[in-house]
Write a protein that binds this ligand. Structure first.
Ligand SMILES: O=C(O)/C=C/C(=O)CC(=O)CC(=O)O
Ligand SMILES: [Ca+2]
Ligand SMILES: [Mg+2]
Length: 431
């Protein structure tokens, strides 16, 4: 085990047992101080934000990879990600040491601590990466089976390609927003119930979320040179929570034969934190049996996956608190991130630092682990009931959806924080 993952490692900063941010995590983000001042790239420990720009400025990242670099003075993580996995590991090792209980450099320097540590509730967290391209896969078998059954044919829910390749589509990067951004219900073409072929213009009536995880590409590849599946780790910087908001009625009418288009381009929300692959290393578990055996370019050594708990909460305007409506896990994915990246690039397609690759909706076998309203309410036929007597088939105006994710051991928890967003009423477009 890498020393930065040692469960016995402790920081001089107190961290609650159930905090998402023990010293073994050290996620990456971008903070904006509430009282004004410049944004800065950061990490987190317990209830504190760690200013990476200040640590760099103080010359404390002085290893062979990072010495003299100014990557943390930037307004996104892209330049740092472009340095590659050896630089990421060096930053993690140095940060882990600086924050550890038996290292005096930061612990005993009051003025440096003032510059570097800020209570988390004194900053706003922004999107820490510049996302050039966004791909969304479709990699959970229960989800693909459920959607295939509802949209097409329950007898042939999975298309013949599904177990041979990680099905995906190219999404829209410009509308990716950070947690806390509220969104207007989208409008567009939908089919009214009385027609099979003549659409109307309407606000979306079947507004949905999708529980997903995304990985962020770090170092890219040259056009023409695929990333081999067992080298994918070196190109994946870390993981985020993703809510791929979806307009199911727009989708149902527009999607054939090229796949989702406007149904999913109006917003995709992500957590402000990127958790590194290095921090998730202890949570790699054996993946599902893949039968038929994938083609060689998709054969991932040890066929691993991640064990990460994922929960979804919904709070309507008249509800006193958020209610858990889904408990799923990243291990419900059939295809892992290495296979997804190998597949994305096998044609020679190049990826760039900051590209986002979402997993697809992560549903498990149990109804309580379905990762979308479409599945939870079974296309609106089986409403969810809430303690205040309200029901939901799809999202209503004012509904706030919050997703959270964490991997657990007995000793500590590696969390992603949360991704949250509220559905606002449709804008008046004067149409
Ligand atoms: O099966 C379909 O027609 C499309 C299903 C989806 O909603 C695509 C999608 O966003 C992938 C996913 O989240 O799993
Ligand atoms: Ca999706
Ligand atoms: Mg989207």
């Amino acid at each position: 085990m890498h020393p930065t993952n040692d469960p016995n490692l402790e920081s001089f900063i107190e961290v609650d047992q159930d905090s998402h941010f023990p010293i073994q995590n050290l996620p990456y983000g971008l903070a904006s101080p509430q009282g004004g001042g410049d944004n800065f790239l950061c990490s987190a420990i317990g209830d504190y934000i760690v200013n990476l720009a200040a640590l760099e400025e103080a010359g404390l990242f002085d290893g062979p990879e990072l010495d003299g670099k100014k990557v943390f003075q930037e307004s996104t993580l892209n330049a740092f990600m472009d340095l590659g996995h050896e630089a990421w590991n060096e930053a993690r090792t140095y940060l882990s040491k600086l924050l550890s209980a038996d290292e005096a450099t930061l612990r005993d320097d009051e003025s440096l601590r003032q510059q570097v540590l800020t209570p988390m509730d004194k900053v706003e967290l922004l999107l820490p990466i510049d996302i050039g391209d966004y791909t969304d896969f479709y990699s959970s078998e229960p989800h693909a089976t459920n959607v295939g059954s509802m949209f097409r044919d329950p007898e042939n829910a999975l298309k013949p390609n599904w177990k041979h390749l990680p099905v995906g589509y190219h999404g829209r990067a410009s509308s990716i927003v950070v947690s806390g951004t509220d969104l207007h219900r989208p409008q567009g073409q939908i089919l009214p119930p009385e027609s099979d072929d003549t659409p109307i213009f309407s606000a979306c009536k079947l507004c949905d979320f999708e529980l997903e995880m995304g990985f962020v590409a770090g170092k890219g590849n040259e056009l023409g040179d695929p990333i081999p599946v067992n080298k994918a780790d070196e190109h994946i910087f870390g993981l985020m929570l993703v809510n791929d908001w979806s307009a199911r009625d727009i989708q149902k009418w527009e999607y054939q034969p090229l796949g989702p288009f406007l149904a999913k381009n109006w917003a995709t929300s992500v957590s402000p934190w990127i958790v590194s692959l290095a921090a998730l290393e202890p949570f790699r578990i054996e993946g599902p049996d893949q039968d038929p055996e994938p083609l060689p370019y998709l054969q991932s050594e040890d066929n691993w996956t991640f064990d990460i708990n994922l929960d979804v909460f919904l709070q309507g305007e008249d509800m006193d608190e958020p209610h858990k409506i889904c408990a799923s896990n990243a291990k419900n994915l059939y295809w892992n991130v290495a296979q997804q990246l190998a597949h994305q690039t096998i044609t020679g397609c190049n990826v760039k630092p900051g590209d986002l690759y979402a997993s697809g909706t992560i549903s498990g076998e149990e109804e309580s682990s379905y990762g979308s309203m479409l599945e939870l309410s079974w296309k609106g036929t089986d409403p969810l009931e809430f303690p205040n007597g309200e029901e939901r088939t799809f999202l209503e105006d004012g509904d706030e959806v919050t997703m959270t994710g964490y991997a657990d051991t007995d000793e500590y928890r590696i969390g992603f924080g949360e991704v949250t967003g509220k559905v606002l009423p449709p804008k008046d477009l004067g149409l």
